[in-house]
Design a protein around this ligand. Structure first.
Ligand SMILES: [Zn+2]
Ligand SMILES: [Zn+2]
Length: 207
């Protein structure tokens, strides 16, 4: 008799790029310098990647944008103008030309962190910020199979090899498996996919 493997799904977007990084976990990537293992992490408001095997690394600092906002004193219309002049950025009040009527205005300058595009996620097996290739990446019939890190890899293995799938929370809410491509879920590919994922897992254990 076959032993049934029970699989419990996890919350949706758990393994999305930003969800992983914001939890303080790492995204495993391939070092563009030596081809070895590297990782991306988010710390102290900085996103960085670092190689575990050579000394290559890079940082992407938080970006800010500066907006002068207010109601025009002449035409009384609302304006929201981006300030790009470096000298002006250090002031709390700036002189702005109203975009509607051209009148000179004194306006308050607002500094705000640029939303780093939380809609960005892994594309074609690469991270969306540094464009680095994922470390856990392979192909099945020309299509990519990848995991953002070891935990995600374990999750995929459990998902694909499970016979019985239990939805997270027992309900029909969106779960992490929602974002797994169909060709990975297909029963006919199950064995091949499990083999590829397990191979990745073994290689990373040997590291
Ligand atoms: Zn390296
Ligand atoms: Zn105006």
């Amino acid at each position: 008799m076959l032993r049934m493997k029970r699989f419990e799904d996890e919350p949706a977007f758990k393994y999305s790029y930003y969800a992983v990084l914001k939890r303080g976990e790492r995204v495993d990537v391939r070092c563009p310098t030596c081809g070895g293992h590297a990782y991306i992490e988010y710390r102290n408001r900085e996103l960085r990647w670092k190689c575990s095997e050579c000394y290559a690394q890079a940082v992407k600092e938080e970006e800010y944008e500066y907006k002068a906002k207010g109601y025009c004193s002449v035409c009384e219309r609302w304006f929201n103008v981006e300030v790009t002049n470096e000298k002006m950025k250090s002031h709390s009040l700036v002189h702005i030309t109203c975009p509607h009527c051209g009148a000179g205005n004194q306006a308050k300058l607002h500094k705000q962190a640029v939303g780093r595009g939380y809609y960005l996620d892994i594309r074609r097996g690469r991270d969306p910020i540094f464009d680095l290739e994922l470390y856990f990446l392979d192909y099945i019939r020309g299509k990519q199979i990848w995991a953002v890190n070891r935990e995600h890899l374990n999750y995929l293995i459990a998902y694909v090899s499970a016979d019985l799938r239990v939805k997270y929370g027992g309900s029909m809410i969106k779960t992490a498996s929602h974002s797994i491509p169909a060709y990975i879920k297909e029963a006919k590919n199950r064995e091949a996919v499990t083999r590829i994922l397990s191979k990745m897992q073994m290689q990373s254990n040997a590291r």
